[in-house]
Design a protein around this ligand. Structure first.
Ligand SMILES: [Mg+2]
Length: 298
C-alpha cells in the first residue's frame, strides 16, 4: 500500500468520524466523503463545533498557494457541502525581501580582504538559500558594477558561480555613487527581477570613508530613508564610525557594525543573518497588523 493510499484512507476514516460523531463516538453508517485527489490531502484533520455549525480543517502540505507559502494547502470542509474551501492564513506567507550587497572594492583593501568580503556574502547567501529573500550584488570603487542582479540570482542561485567574475577594482571609495546607482538601476528595477512590493535591504561592507561624501550625492541617504530602505553598514578597520552610521538606516546604532579586519566578518555572520531573517518576520507582522486594522475599520 502506498503512502498516498494510507493518507487517503486515514483521512476518509477521520471524515467519517467527523460526519456522524458526537464527541468521540465513532459512527460509520452514513459517511460523508471529501475528496481532493492531491497526494497528501487529509494528512492532518482538525474538528470544529461551534454555534455556526460543524466543520473540519484539512491540510495538504504539498500544495503551495504561492511560491512563498510555508503552510501548504489548508481547507475548510463543511458538513453537507461536496467541496472543501481553500483558506489562506497570512502567517503562512513569507514577506518578499530584495537584498543588495554593496561591496567596497577600493584600493585600500588588500586582495585577501577583498576575498574575505566575497566569502562573507557567499556564506550569507548559502545559509539563507531556502528563504524567500532574493539577492543581488554590486561592487564599487571609482566606478560601480552590478555583479549579479535578482533575475540572475533566481536563475543560478549558486553564490560562487555568481561571483566568479568579481574582480578587485582597486581605486577610490565612491560609496554614495554606488548607493545612487543601486537605487536608480537595481533596487526597483523589475527587469532585473526586483519585486515591486518587496522590502528593500542594503548590506554595505566598507573599509573606510567614502571619497564622495557630501559632494555630488549628499541627497542619496535621504532618498533611501524616504523609500524606507533598510541599510546595514559594516565597517572594517580604520573607518570613521560617524560616517559609517550615516550610511545605516534607523535605528543607526543597531544597524551599524564594526570589525577590526576582514577576517572579523565571520564573527558577525550569525548576527547579520539574524537581522536579515528578522526583516522578513518584522515585515510579516506589520502586514498582519495592518490587515487587522483594515478589517476592524470596515
Ligand atoms: Mg577605500
Amino acid at each position: 500500500m502506498s503512502v498516498v493510499a494510507v493518507a487517503i484512507l486515514f483521512f476518509t476514516h477521520l471524515l467519517q468520524v467527523a460526519q456522524v460523531s458526537h464527541g468521540l463516538n465513532i459512527e460509520v453508517r452514513d459517511p460523508q466523503m471529501f475528496q481532493n485527489g492531491a497526494e497528501q490531502f487529509g494528512s492532518r484533520v482538525w474538528h470544529f463545533d461551534s454555534s455556526d455549525g460543524k466543520w473540519i480543517i484539512v491540510s495538504e502540505p504539498h500544495k503551495k498557494q504561492s511560491p512563498n507559502d510555508r503552510c501548504g494547502g489548508i481547507f475548510k470542509c463543511i458538513n453537507g457541502r461536496a467541496e472543501c474551501q481553500s483558506i489562506k492564513f497570512p502567517e503562512c506567507t513569507k514577506h518578499n525581501v530584495d537584498l543588495v550587497f554593496l561591496v567596497d572594492s577600493s584600493g585600500s583593501l588588500r586582495n585577501a580582504d577583498f576575498i574575505n568580503s566575497k566569502s562573507f556574502i557567499i556564506d550569507i547567501m548559502k545559509n539563507m538559500s531556502s528563504t524567500s529573500i532574493q539577492f543581488a550584488a554590486v561592487q564599487f570603487s571609482s566606478d560601480v558594477r552590478t555583479e549579479f542582479n535578482f533575475s540572475r540570482y533566481q536563475a543560478i542561485r549558486d553564490p560562487e558561480k555568481l561571483l566568479t567574475n568579481m574582480q578587485h577594482m582597486m581605486l577610490s571609495t565612491n560609496t554614495h555613487k554606488a548607493l545612487n546607482y543601486t537605487i536608480g538601476n537595481l533596487l526597483y528595477n523589475t527587469q532585473y527581477g526586483a519585486k515591486e512590493k518587496a522590502t528593500k535591504v542594503l548590506l554595505i561592507i566598507t573599509d573606510g570613508d567614502s571619497t564622495d561624501f557630501d559632494k555630488d550625492y549628499d541627497y542619496v541617504t535621504k532618498r533611501l530613508d524616504e523609500k524606507h530602505v533598510i541599510r546595514y553598514a559594516i565597517g572594517v578597520g580604520s573607518v570613521n564610525i560617524k560616517n559609517l552610521k550615516s550610511l545605516a538606516s534607523e535605528p543607526k546604532d543597531s544597524n551599524t557594525f564594526y570589525v577590526n579586519d576582514y577576517k572579523g566578518l565571520r564573527r558577525i555572520l550569525d548576527n547579520m543573518q539574524d537581522r536579515i531573517y528578522n526583516v522578513e518576520v518584522m515585515e510579516r507582522k506589520t502586514e498582519m497588523s495592518e490587515n487587522r486594522k483594515m478589517g476592524s475599520a470596515k
